[in-house]
Write a protein that binds this ligand. Structure first.
Ligand SMILES: C[S@@+](CC[C@H](N)C(=O)[O-])C[C@H]1O[C@@H](n2cnc3c(N)ncnc32)[C@H](O)[C@@H]1O
Length: 226
């Protein structure tokens, strides 16, 4: 009797391929998946009254907001207890996951708890804001084209949406496409979100604090097409 053939050891499943092609606006399988796919409400339940970038990078955010004249009615998306404006806009609305963090935001006039990954709709009327910001958080959005399209809807024509980020994150909650690339790649990813939403001018990309001894600070922004 021949010996039975031993069962083959199953090969481990390969990681999903991530399409990093910079030109086509399409993102490949696995790009928007995360190591922690449990609800964001659970992860963000404990208030984190900390800063996620250092003082130099925070100053760079504030200087950029001042330069871009983000005044009037402003929406700070994925916000917490700090919004980094050097001078408060006339009316600041903050949207984020943690009520206590938003309550502690001294510049906010309106606070909204809303999970953009559970529901990418931005819960405001058309043309409600003069500007929108998203600081060190764009890497957590799992449906960014839907969110960027929604942000364009709630902005007035010609209004800027300004995304800033550094080189750190909560890695289990950042999308795999973000973790798979470097600072230049992150700038290109955010620029692709603006282009894919097809409601914005060609985005501007800037390294805001080159040569500084602080955390690096990158910005990508564009204005809505009227
Ligand atoms: C790294 S913190 C940045 C907070 C603030 N923007 C800042 O500059 O310090 C990430 C923020 O994104 C928000 N956030 C994460 N996932 C979110 C989601 N699914 N929907 C809405 N906000 C979210 C959290 O509430 C958290 O405050």
């Amino acid at each position: 009797m021949p010996e039975p053939t031993p069962a083959a050891t199953p090969e481990p499943e390969p990681e999903p391929a991530i399409d990093m092609a910079p030109t086509d606006g399409g993102f490949g399988p696995g790009f928007f998946t995360r190591a922690d796919e449990t609800s964001d409400a659970r992860f963000y339940a404990p208030p984190r009254l900390v800063t996620h970038i250092d003082a130099g990078a925070i100053e760079a955010v504030g200087l950029l907001y001042e330069e871009l004249d983000l005044t009037g009615a402003v929406l700070d998306l994925m916000s917490s207890w700090v919004s980094h404006f050097r001078r408060a806009p006339a009316h600041l609305t903050v949207l984020g996951m943690n009520e206590a963090e938003l309550e502690a935001n001294p510049l906010a006039a309106q606070r909204v708890v809303h999970d953009l990954n559970a529901d990418p709709r931005v819960p405001f009327g058309d043309a409600s804001f003069d500007a929108a910001t998203c600081c060190v958080s764009v890497d957590y959005i799992t449906q960014p084209v839907a969110v960027f399209t929604e942000v364009a809807r709630v902005l007035r024509p010609g209004a800027p949406f300004v995304c800033t980020f550094s080189n750190r994150c909560f890695p289990t909650k950042a999308i795999r496409g973000w973790l798979a690339t470097d600072d230049a790649g992150h700038c290109e990813i955010v620029a692709r979100y603006f282009r894919a939403a097809a409601r914005y001018s060609e985005p501007t990309v800037r390294h805001c604090n080159p040569g500084a001894r602080s955390d690096p600070l990158y910005a990508v922004w564009a204005t809505t097409i009227g």
